[in-house]
Design a protein around this ligand. Structure first.
Ligand code: AN7
Length: 355
């Protein structure tokens, strides 16, 4: 049967009715990819899976929440939506708005979002303003404007975003037949860890799983307010998607980590880039740097002994966005191609091929 998108597939778990106009790009149903070479490299007997969210229609997990937020905005008679974004939320919001004829207003931090994401918001026809400030500043402005003007906020402060995003957890359990033992995830504004935890708890309540996973979240070290326990005024990291100093869902992220027996920790930019290269080179999975934070965290804490009693256990790493979102980073990391003459002999020689 053809995949119908997140809302139709999981409607019994979502706040929709038969009257909800469903705006969908058939998001969800992303592959859960076994990462056997990575598992072997980490060598703790863990079985690692990658939930490849970059394969959603706009290239990130945000589509799961956006189908809900935009459908509900339409149902409630809204004519315009607005978000602050480190890039992926704006790419998704602008696509779903285009699809149903809503206006879309986007505030991004100037010079701080990856090129692929910016190109998406522009081509889908959103009104994009690049603000001289950081993400936290733009979110503050969007909260202010959406509470004073007839414009629907579609950041993850909008509870429908969390509702849609929790579908990722359902899909994982539907494939594995149970929850994983560990769920590793990057943390920025902290909506996604909140959503997955909710999804697992829903499924437990519905009798679809018995044991909940330990939720382990990873922030970039230069933007790690939850780890530090205070707001970071000037967050820094090359993982621009998670360059956030004052996460909107801070408390619920802590709640997910604490009540599951997990943790929220930091990984450095070097550790993120190392994991980014490993995913691409060892598993054939191209993700954006922020997504690699989940894998970087697993590698780091494996080395510190966190998984020493985890023989045979499963871990799902959510890799949240596609590598093509940030082509500049890929080239900066892996280099440019060598240029050569249009000459077969020179090329054979350069490739060191022998008959
Ligand atoms: C690839 O687009 O906040 O912890 O404005 O794009 O739920 O915020 C993006 C966040 C992880 C962090 N990975 O998720 C935005 C935005 C990628 C992301 C996160 C984001 P949350």
């Amino acid at each position: 049967m053809a995949w119908e998108g997140v809302i139709k597939t999981y409607k019994e778990f979502l706040p929709v009715t038969d009257k909800t106009p469903i705006v969908t790009l058939k998001e969800g149903n992303t592959p859960l990819i076994p990462a056997d070479r990575l598992s072997a490299k980490i060598n703790k007997g863990l079985k690692i899976f990658l939930k490849y969210e970059g394969l959603n229609p706009t290239g990130s997990f945000k589509d799961r929440g956006m189908t809900m937020a935009v459908s509900k905005a339409l149902e409630e008679g809204s004519t315009a939506i607005m978000c602050a974004s480190t890039g992926n939320t704006s790419a998704s919001a602008s696509a779903y708005a285009a699809r149903c004829g809503l206006k879309c207003f986007v505030l991004i931090p100037h010079n701080s979002i990856a090129l692929g994401k910016l190109s998406q918001a522009m081509i889908h026809g959103a009104k994009v303003l690049a603000v001289r400030g950081n993400f936290d500043d733009t979110l503050e402005i969007v909260r202010d404007i959406t509470s004073n003007y007839p414009v629907t906020l579609v950041n993850s402060l909008n509870p429908y975003r969390i509702e849609g995003q929790k579908s990722g957890a359902y899909e994982i359990v539907d494939v594995l037949g149970k929850a994983p033992d560990f769920h590793a995830i990057p943390v920025g504004n902290a909506g996604n860890i909140t959503a997955y935890w909710k999804g697992y708890k829903d499924y437990k309540q519905a009798g679809k799983l018995s044991d909940l996973p330990k939720m382990i979240g990873f922030q970039a070290a230069g933007s790690a307010p939850i780890v530090l326990g205070h707001v970071v005024e000037d967050p820094k990291t090359l993982a621009t998607a998670i360059k956030i100093g004052n996460p909107a869902s801070w408390k619920s992220a802590e709640e997910a980590a604490d009540s599951s027996g997990g943790m929220i920790k930091a990984v450095t930019d070097d550790e993120i880039i190392e994991a980014y290269k490993l995913l691409a080179g060892l598993e054939g999975v191209f993700v954006e740097p922020a997504s690699a934070a989940s894998v970087a965290g697993v590698i780091k804490y494996a080395a510190e002994g966190y998984f020493d009693d985890s023989q045979g256990k499963t871990i799902v790493c959510v890799v949240t966005g596609h590598g093509l979102k940030d082509p500049d980073r890929a080239i900066a990391t892996a280099g440019e191609p060598e240029v050569i003459d249009n000459d077969v002999e020179k090329i054979v020689e350069r490739l060191r091929l022998k008959k």
